[in-house]
Design a binder for this molecule. Structure first.
Ligand code: PGA
Length: 248
């Protein structure tokens, strides 16, 4: 069982700069109140350095929503692992469903993982099935495929986020806790087989203040989208899920 609870958000594309500053401020305050929790925020790249400077001196990790899989010189508009390392990104996400939907799937995610290990950049790997799958064997196949890239790279700091694609974003339906329990058990089984049994596995997908308590007990942390972005949302979702558990 990983020792720390992880709690963070990927702010995607549209949140403005001031809202990011407020969100990180809230994460900094929470990190002082709940030192047993690893908070993280993944902003768009233009805000990375500023937010990183703001969070300096706290335990809040500021990281990137993406890294390029390309190599060579003639590449425009991508962000390299090397530059992420230089600007101090403390976590890099790969495999998010919305990136997979743009073509960053399977072999591309594996390339990204290799680039991140080359630079020893802690990684948040998202996995999840496109449609709800009740058959355990069929679901296991998806996880096996999405995690197999880990077999080819050295061990380095890693977090896995289980994000069923059908539960993410507008129109997403939060997965039933018992479904999440079964899926996370399968993912952990795979990670043990890959000699990464201590990897934290988070849940993400329409997490809200209302449903956070149901998930908080069954995984190593929460990866939150929309519900964390409005004024005070990051704190409200966190405390709804964890205050009672931690302050017991
Ligand atoms: P959501 O986003 O909480 O808004 O569903 C989750 C995600 O995309 O990581």
């Amino acid at each position: 069982m990983p020792s720390k609870i992880h709690f963070g958000t990927n702010t995607k594309r549209d949140l403005d700069r001031q809202s990011h500053l407020n969100l990180v401020q809230s994460a900094i305050e929470l990190s002082a109140e709940y030192p047993e929790v690893q908070f993280f925020v993944l902003p768009p790249a233009p805000l990375l350095a500023e937010l990183k400077a703001k969070a300096d001196g706290s335990s809040v990790r500021i990281g990137s929503q993406m890294v390029t899989y390309t190599s060579g010189f003639n590449v425009t508009g991508e962000i390299s692992a090397r530059l992420l390392k230089e600007v101090g990104s403390e976590l890099v996400m790969v495999g998010h469903a919305e990136r997979r939907a743009q073509g960053e799937d399977g072999p591309i995610v594996d390339k990204q993982l290799r680039m991140l290990t080359d630079y020893q950049l802690p990684t948040l790997l998202c996995v999840g099935e496109d449609e709800k799958i009740d058959d355990a064997n069929t679901r296991l196949k998806v996880f096996k495929e999405q995690l197999q890239g880990l077999a080819n790279i050295p061990k380095y700091p890693l977090i896995v986020a289980y994000e069923p694609v059908w539960s993410i974003g507008d129109g997403g339906e939060a997965a039933a806790p018992e479904y999440v329990v079964a899926a996370i058990k399968q993912i952990k089984g795979q990670l043990i087989g890959l000699n990464r049994g201590s990897t934290p596995v988070l849940y993400g997908g329409s997490v809200s203040e209302e449903n956070a308590p149901a998930y908080a007990h069954i995984c190593d942390g929460l990866f939150v989208g929309r519900a964390a972005w409005n004024e005070g949302g990051f704190r409200r979702v966190f405390e709804s899920g964890y205050k009672k558990i931690i302050k017991k």
